[in-house]
Design a protein around this ligand. Structure first.
Ligand code: ADP
Ligand code: ZN
Length: 715
């Protein structure tokens, strides 16, 4: 059952109902009915203890293709690895229950022949004349076209003036054609494609390593074409916003049809149709966010993980899993190849490539005449911005020059809103979220103070709640809205666009934004990380990073690595065509290894230094980590449970427990949070350690202990 249970439930198979593993079945569950999957074997060693006579019977089998065995093995594997109950993982693989039920027939109405003599009204007249030229229409369409009520249509049917017809199933998916002509590949691209062909169609992990704009996408398109020729389905995982119109257009240009999309913005109907068409093998290529991994492909033969280093692939809540890592598991279960593509691969992946577990294919230069941009470190101590502004004179000049030359610029700051902090000038009181350990962020365009963690939003109070001074609040620090204000002051004629997840969070909005930039309607983009990746804007030549140091602080193990990746990606937006690009990084730490590596283009040197540091401390990928997040509404009970966990913690030379300590986000959505970190040597099964440790510690009911294996967030 797709419920957070440790084991499968037992049901009797009624006589005359042959059942196979993977079949979806309706079963009684307490007072209600629920859908489950027939599993091959018990998930735990224990017997259920229900005698055969007492077993309830399966009600019926659902008319849907059974869950493929590979998906069942994946559910078991992820449950074992993440310690999440198998039913919780299964729920992710059964996210569209409606797709398992029989499809409702689609009914439309056509004119009867001949039309009987009926009482005419203006509304009836409109319907009949609409249908004169159209074979048939569904009620909803008739209503929309004519403005009459559904009752009018019903009346016409009862009067025999209209006839019901059953429509064939919904228009389905077009099939991508691998034989559509692709571009002529460069030598480096052709070599990479040949190497992939030689590697064959068995399980292998290949890292496609190439600078931004090197042409990695065209290379993996050829791998997809080969999978299609072999009669296989292919899956491309993209981090959230990269589900951009540009990628889909390129796919369509190469294959003559769009892939099926899978992300949170689909309607229930699209979801159902896509799920079903994948299960029936009709959809051949899927592009999606991490949850696309759990779709019921009967013939999957290739996975591509683009931007494999992206932390968006890690899910923190519920079942804490990393979609890139689980995609590798899925490829191994299905015995087919998987490609990881990135210009800034993660240290995990690079380490695996260096040890020979993964094959690495390199595309060292940008495609065609484009060259990598020139990256300049701007020392903010020597070239400071004016008071209450954030753009240094050098970057101002660069923006003005770029505008004058008719090219586009991107100003990058990874902070939404107007100001990250608002405080009372009189007493220093800071406006904080009532539910979280977080400051409220002022959003001036929507005239709201928002919490970026829980979604709390409110108006700015007229007076300070502590000292009661009126109009005493001041904005501290910049967000993108404030930066845009600054640019408008010194370049009043520039056409600006603020691009953040507030303004762009649906694929259609992303497409509109891309079209505006490509058509030259925008001179300067002021944006957060959502504009850092994937986009290809030929006329964009200047990238200004307002605060390059932003991601470096805080106790995150991957802070340096992530800053490098993000700034490299955003730099890669400049000069992607024949006009050369320029990047200005504003920093207070021009001597930091991340800044030096960025300026010198020395990615591998930076990664090597990171590896040495992590190796010395036994940090991933050279050691294993699991985070325990203890949370609940009662702060004392949470703290006590965290201490109890520490008391009963495993000991040993190769096992260490750090903490307990209040989490940096000590309050989140009203819940108190404490953290512990378990760190073990690579050779030790961290799951076994946890399976021995956790059941020994009593956890009072309202307190929750969440396990996050390979954590990426330490908040
Ligand atoms: P990456 O994925 O490595 O960042 P892309 O595949 O996006 O690079 O390629 C960058 C640009 O070069 C794109 O505009 C793409 O259309 C173009 N390009 C790549 N390979 C070719 C090719 N063989 N022929 C023509 N254009 C290409
Ligand atoms: Zn909050």
């Amino acid at each position: 059952m797709p419920l957070p249970l440790g084991d499968a439930y037992d049901y009797a198979a009624p006589e005359g109902l042959p059942l196979e593993p993977g079949d979806f079945v309706k079963v009684p569950l307490g007072p209600r009915q629920a859908i489950g999957v027939v599993w091959d074997k018990p998930l735990q060693e224990t017997e259920s203890g229900v005698s055969d006579e007492k077993l309830k019977a399966v009600l019926h089998r659902l008319p849907a293709p059974p869950m493929p065995p590979e998906n069942r093995r994946l559910v078991e594997w992820i449950s074992n690895y993440t310690l999440a109950p198998p039913g919780a993982v299964l729920r992710m693989a059964m996210s569209v229950p409606a797709a398992l039920e029989p499809e409702k027939p689609r009914i439309a109405y056509a004119l009867s022949e001949p039309i009987p003599d009926i009482r005419m009204t203006a509304a009836r007249e409109r319907v009949l004349s609409l249908l004169k030229d159209i074979p048939s229409l569904a009620t909803a369409d008739i209503v929309r076209e004519t403005g009459v009520s559904a009752g009018v249509v019903k009346g016409l049917v009862q009067a025999d003036a209209l006839q019901a017809v059953v429509l064939p199933p919904d228009n389905r998916f077009a099939t991508p054609d691998p034989e559509c002509p692709g571009p002529d590949l460069s030598d480096a691209q052709a070599d990479a494609v040949d190497a992939l062909r030689e590697a064959g169609d068995g399980f292998a992990v290949t890292l496609l390593d190439g600078v931004t704009g090197a042409g990695k996408t065209e290379v993996y398109f050829e791998a997809i074409a080969d999978a299609l020729r072999r009669g296989k389905q292919a899956l491309v995982l993209l981090p959230e916003i990269a589900l951009s119109a540009q990628w889909l257009d390129r796919f369509e240009a190469r294959f003559g049809a769009r892939p099926a999309e899978w992300h949170s913005d689909l309607s229930q109907r699209q979801r159902r149709k896509t799920w079903r068409s994948i299960a029936e093998g009709e959809v051949r290529v899927v592009v999606g966010a991490r949850s696309a991994l759990f779709l019921p492909y009967p013939e999957l033969g290739l996975i591509v993980v683009d931007e494999e280093h992206e932390s968006a692939f890690k899910q923190e809540d519920g079942v804490a899993y990393h979609a890139r890592d689980m995609a590798i598991v899925r490829a191994q279960i299905g015995a087919f190849p998987i490609l990881l593509a990135s210009a800034t691969p993660s240290l995990e992946t690079v380490t695996n490539a260096e040890s020979g577990r993964y094959t690495r294919l390199c595309l060292p230069t940008r495609h065609g005449s484009a060259s990598l941009p020139d990256i300049q470190l701007l020392d903010l101590r020597e070239d400071p911005p004016e008071r209450q502004s954030w753009i240094s004179p050098t970057l101002r000049d660069a923006l003005a020059d770029t505008l004058a030359s008719g090219s586009q610029s991107l100003l990058f700051l990874n902070r939404r809103g107007y100001a990250p902090l608002t405080l009372c000038r009189a007493c220093g009181h800071r406006l904080q979220c009532p539910n979280c350990t977080a400051w409220l962020v002022e959003h001036r365009f929507s005239a709201r103070l928002q919490c970026h963690h829980c979604g709390y939003a409110g108006r700015k109070p007229d007076a300070c709640g502590v000292c009661e001074t009126k109009d005493s609040f001041v904005a501290c620090g910049p967000g993108v809205e404030r930066l845009a204000e600054e640019v408008m002051n010194f370049l009043p004629d520039a056409r600006l666009c603020i691009a953040t997840s507030d303004s762009i969070h649906r694929p259609s909005e992303a497409a509109a934004f891309v079209a505006q930039v490509l058509e030259g309607d925008i001179d300067i983009i002021v944006g957060t990380q959502i504009v850092a990746k994937g986009h290809h804007f030929p006329n964009l030549t200047l990238v200004g990073v307002v605060d390059a140091d932003l991601g470096l602080s805080g106790g995150d193990l991957r802070a340096a690595e992530r800053t490098y990746q993000l700034l490299h990606q955003v730099s890669g937006r400049a000069g992607r065509d024949d006009k050369p690009g320029r990047v200005v990084l504003q920093t207070y730490h021009p001597d930091h290894p991340v800044m030096i590596a960025l300026a010198e283009g020395d990615r591998d040197g930076f990664l090597a230094a990171e590896a040495v540091a992590r190796h010395a401390g036994g940090w991933p990928p050279f050691g294993r980590l699991a985070a325990l997040i203890v949370s609940g509404n009662d702060g004392d009970a949470v703290a006590q449970t965290a201490r109890d966990l520490a008391h009963g913690a495993p000991t040993g030379e190769r096992v260490r427990v750090l903490g307990p300590a209040p989490a940096p986000l000590a309050l989140l959505r009203g819940r108190h949070r404490w953290r512990l970190l378990l760190k073990v040597d690579r050779g030790i099964s961290i799951q076994d350690v946890l399976r021995d440790w956790l059941p020994r510690i009593p956890v009072p009911n309202p307190v929750r202990v969440h396990v996050d294996i390979d954590p990426h967030s330490f908040l």
